[in-house]
Design a protein around this ligand. Structure first.
Ligand code: FES
Ligand code: FES
Length: 159
């Protein structure tokens, strides 16, 4: 079947079976390989993208359910104000080790900050619980989220 979906602000048309996971569409049909395949079962968060700003596991999201929702991937998140701040904090604190989980981590972190400008440790734990890092970068992830939240607050004071 033919589907037209909005990805990172662009209309993209693909031929796909109804049950093809969005992750497959992004990686194999649209050549957006930043979102990663980890478990394929909704358990690791490596495939996290946003649908209308909410984090979803793209390995568990059939293309037929996307509809008119705006899909944002790691390739597009840097164009958003929160995405830019989170990516800057990630770089500044040198969060990444092997990097495999990090696209998903960043997508979940941006979704958190877009809803909760100054997240508590509990907020961070709840929002990031579904994103697994085999390199155990959790401490730096938490620090980077807090740094991004601080930058956001500081920026808000600038007229
Ligand atoms: S690959 Fe989607 S949650 Fe693990
Ligand atoms: S940085 Fe290696 S799995 Fe997270």
């Amino acid at each position: 079947m033919t589907y037209t979906i909005q990805v990172n602000g662009e209309q993209r048309t693909v031929e796909a079976d109804d049950d093809m996971p969005l992750l497959w569409v992004l990686r194999d049909l649209l050549d957006l390989k930043g979102s990663k395949f980890g478990c394929g079962a909704g358990l690791c968060g490596a495939c996290t993208v946003h649908l209308d700003g909410a984090p979803v596991r793209s390995c568990q999201t059939p293309i037929s359910t996307v509809g008119a929702a705006a899909v944002t991937t790691i390739e597009g998140i840097g164009a958003t104000p929160d995405g830019k701040k989170v990516q800057a904090a990630w770089l500044e604190l040198d969060v990444v080790q092997c990097g495999y989980c990090q696209a998903g981590q960043i997508m979940s972190a941006v979704a958190l900050l877009s809803k909760t400008a100054r997240p508590s440790d509990k907020d961070i734990d709840a929002a990031m619980a579904g994103n697994v890092c085999r390199c155990c970068t959790y401490t730096r992830i938490r620090a980077a989220i807090k740094k991004a939240a601080g930058l956001r607050t500081a920026d808000a004071r600038v007229p």
